[in-house]
Ligand binder design. Structure first.
Ligand code: GLU
Length: 575
């Protein structure tokens, strides 16, 4: 097995990889594939499938390879959420590898000397924003249940990529340009990504990351304890506590205490289908389901994607979903989240009835779902980064995994060759607003609320029809819900669904994607204004979705992938 993986990854990572091909060039649908935000990481996943691994093995190898080739978005210094459908199982399971706040974190973590919330730009760089990373613990937990290949095998493609080197992509170079100051905080970060004069290394540079190769080798050989204890833990703690900006109070005990968790997935029917996603501490699954179900009484299939009313409805449904998200969702190990109430079909239908196809709602406030606790609220906002990947294998297992370091290059700190996240800035900075305790406030050991929405969709016989997710902080549920409607209601291939423009709502402001991709929506602006959307901005946001859908029936059944044209992603299949 090791030999096979190293054969596949022995050359510089940009060389063509055998045994794989783009689905677009393939006439018969493939039986196993990976869609990820970077072709080299997708190839790492496919190598696991070729070696007889499960969809889980493929997604884990993809996660590890992304630590190397897409460090600006995700990696072992961050966290992730995995929704997994095992072939033949009655329901999916979901794994929570979200970062935790250290025991020393108080609710004033991100307040200034006057008790005012810090600007995110000030809170983010350095040690204070770093949460205890969860990805290694999460894949270890899932591997015990769903891994077919040996643990160490999952690491081989990433180790080869780190040691042999890989070419810096334009997206990565762009992120380095923006985060050069934070990357200069550690000698390691500067050596990897900056030139000796402090300027960013240019596109096409060969990045060799020997420290990361060694870290990965240690975890491959000894298991997750090599990450959470011992020399790696010592180096991580030294890095965050001695950071010249915002030093952290994280300790070795925080790292040793980290546990990934199995969580109940959140599921609900949508028309003839069933949608399953990630529950708290993510708001993603609940938001995606709310957006969809609140629109169930509208004939979206007849309205179609070219109609401004369709996009108006989507925007209104998002406004409702986000009002509930802001009020009720946080880490439900710490606050009581009315999950069943927020999924209640009667409640969501009533919320949907607030939407008019003719005009915008004047004010949007949270509803009162069954089981709602006394009001708590939240209004934090994430900055965009992250990576979603989907994997399917010949046995019918399906993985939907979103992984993140939060902002581009996270906290900017690099230790052991990997980037440390700034996930704690996903907490609301102000613990109390208008005298009301905030659900997503900082508390020691707590997980910050996420928007990540790894999702699996089933048909009415329980067969998986789609695995999808996206990057982009609070834009994620909007991207995922839009793509699901496009596949289920408009019968578009997943690639076309992902390519459709994105519209989302921040408060009462409608954000329309700028550039060529967003053009069809830009043309609808006059119609949207006529429907009552007064605040409209056309903005470039880093949308990035990846998905895989089932196609064909019987002997002709297989999978078809989609990778966001806005990204450097690829869907690769096993031949
Ligand atoms: N940290 C964000 C979350 O967990 C994701 C960041 C992003 O996608 O840019 O929701």
């Amino acid at each position: 097995m090791l030999l096979l993986s190293s054969l596949l990854f022995s050359a510089c990572a940009t060389a063509p990889v055998p045994l794989m091909l783009d689905t677009s060039a393939n006439a018969l649908p493939p039986q196993a594939m990976v869609s990820a935000a970077d072709r080299r990481a997708a190839a790492a996943g496919v190598a696991m499938l070729v070696a007889g691994g499960s969809a889980f093995d493929a997604s884990a190898a993809t996660l590890l390879a992304l630590s190397v080739v897409e460090p600006q978005s995700s990696g072992i210094g961050g966290g992730g959420l995995l929704v997994y459908q095992a072939a033949g199982a009655a329901a999916p399971v979901s794994f929570d590898g979200r970062e935790t706040a250290p025991a020393s974190a108080s609710q004033s973590l991100f307040l200034d000397g006057y008790g005012k919330p810090l600007p995110t730009g000030k809170a983010r760089p350095g040690g204070k924003s770093v949460g205890v990373p969860g990805n290694i613990a999460m894949i270890a937990l899932a591997h015990a249940q769903f891994g077919k290949l040996p643990w160490a095998t999952l690491f081989q493609p990433a180790i080869v990529l780190a040691r042999s080197g890989y070419e810096m992509s334009p997206h990565m170079a762009n992120a380095i340009e923006r985060q050069a100051k934070s990357l200069a905080l550690t000698r390691e970060g500067a050596a990897l990504y900056l030139q000796t004069d402090g300027r960013p290394r240019p596109v096409g540079s060969l990045i060799v990351n020997e420290p990361l190769a060694r870290t990965l080798e240690a975890i491959a050989a000894k298991g997750p304890s090599a990450f959470y204890t011992g020399p790696n833990a010592d180096a991580l703690i030294a890095t965050v506590t001695s950071a010249s900006m915002n030093p952290s109070g994280m300790t070795r005990a925080d790292l040793a205490a980290y546990r990934a968790k199995l969580r109940p997935p959140v599921c609900a029917p949508y028309r003839l289908y069933r949608i399953c996603g990630m529950g708290p501490p993510s708001s993603g699954g609940l938001a995606v389901i709310a957006i969809l179900k609140q629109l169930e009484d509208f004939d979206l299939a007849a309205l179609g994607p070219d109609n401004p009313v369709t996009w108006h409805l989507l925007a209104e449904s998002q406004r409702l979903a986000f009002a509930d998200r802001a009020t009720y969702v946080g880490d439900n190990d710490f606050v009581s989240v009315p999950v069943a109430g927020l999924l209640d079909p009667v409640y969501l239908r009533a919320r949907g009835r607030l939407i008019s196809p003719e005009k915008t709602m004047v004010t949007v406030v949270a509803g009162t779902p069954p089981g709602a606790p006394a009001r708590i609220m939240s209004n934090g906002s994430e900055v965009a980064s992250t990576s979603h990947f989907s994997a399917v294998d010949t046995a019918g297992n399906v993985a939907s995994l979103t992984s993140t370091v939060e902002g581009a290059f996270g906290s900017g700190l690099v230790s052991g060759g990997y980037v440390l996240n700034n996930e704690l800035t996903d907490f609301d900075f102000a613990p109390v607003v208008d005298g009301t305790l905030v659900a997503n406030r900082v508390q020691p050991g707590k997980r910050p609320r996420s928007s990540m929405s790894p999702t699996i969709v089933y048909d009415n016989r329980g067969a998986v029809v789609l695995s999808i997710g996206a990057a982009g902080g609070p834009t994620i549920p909007a991207q995922v819900a839009k793509s699901i409607i496009a596949v289920l209601d408009w019968k578009l291939p997943v690639q076309a669904a992902i390519s459709l423009p994105v519209m989302m709502v921040f408060g009462d402001r409608l954000i329309i994607e700028s550039g060529a991709q967003g053009e069809p929506l830009a043309k609808m602006i006059p119609a949207l204004i006529a429907l009552g959307h007064q605040e409209i901005s056309v903005v470039a946001l880093p949308y990035k979705a990846n998905g895989i859908e089932r196609v064909g029936v019987g002997a002709n059944a297989g999978w078809r992938g989609g990778a966001d044209p806005r990204s450097e992603g690829a869907a690769l299949a096993v031949e």
